[in-house]
Design a protein around this ligand. Structure first.
Ligand SMILES: CC(C)(COP(=O)(O)OP(=O)(O)OC[C@H]1O[C@@H](n2cnc3c(N)ncnc32)[C@H](O)[C@@H]1OP(=O)(O)O)[C@@H](O)C(=O)NCCC(=O)NCCS
Length: 166
């Protein structure tokens, strides 16, 4: 199957909202939030689309104001029928290589999310020289015991992605 990778636009907002609904354990943000991601975070977000226009995957990200060399990955969502083919890995690669000023990547992962842990562990090992982890948001302190801890992964500096094949 031929997949294309592109920046999202607001026309994708509803499909992204529905995709995330189908991708537990992701937090369902508001449609308005997804529309803003597709409009104002488009440069740091990516859509994976099939030939017939189906949205197979979406990654939202942003560059934190205090760390302009860092891409923070917010959510990764891949429709279940497209999983296990390395599409999420390609999306991360395509996204990071868009901006040559980026040297670091951050994300948070809940300890029970094995697929996410495997995806990022492999990606970081392949593309970055080191990875540090620390608990960023704690179940009892930040989440009112309503949500697992979120562990921050800080990867960098990057091994230059433009010298590697996608
Ligand atoms: C996480 C996710 C994006 C991975 O997408 P993907 O394209 O299938 O990723 P990959 O094909 O690179 O597979 C990643 C690894 O996870 C493994 N995996 C997939 N589903 C799994 C599961 N339910 N439990 C354990 N491992 C799983 C794959 O076998 C693969 O392992 P490998 O590298 O040893 O072969 C996708 O599973 C998803 O959308 N999940 C729901 C939303 C989510 O949890 N997002 C991440 C948090 S932001």
């Amino acid at each position: 199957m031929y997949i294309t990778y592109r920046k999202p636009t607001p026309a994708d907002g509803q499909a992204v909202y529905q995709l995330i609904q189908r991708c537990p354990p992701l937090d369902q943000n508001s449609l308005y939030c997804n529309l803003l991601q597709c409009r104002d975070f488009s440069d740091t977000s990516i859509i994976a689309q099939t030939e017939d226009g189906t949205i197979a995957g979406f990654i939202s990200g942003y560059i934190p104001q205090s760390r302009p060399d860092t891409l923070f990955i917010w959510q990764v969502a891949l429709s279940s029928e497209f999983r296990g083919q390395g599409i999420a890995n390609t999306m991360l690669t395509e996204l990071f290589r868009r901006d040559a000023r980026l040297t670091h990547m951050e994300t948070t992962i809940s300890p029970s999310n094995q697929a996410s842990r495997k995806l990022f562990t492999r990606f970081f090992k392949e593309h970055f020289t080191s990875v540090e982890t620390k608990t960023l948001f704690k179940q009892g302190i930040h989440f009112n015991n309503d949500h697992e801890d979120e562990v921050l992964y800080l990867a960098g500096p990057a091994i230059r992605l433009d010298q590697q094949s996608a």
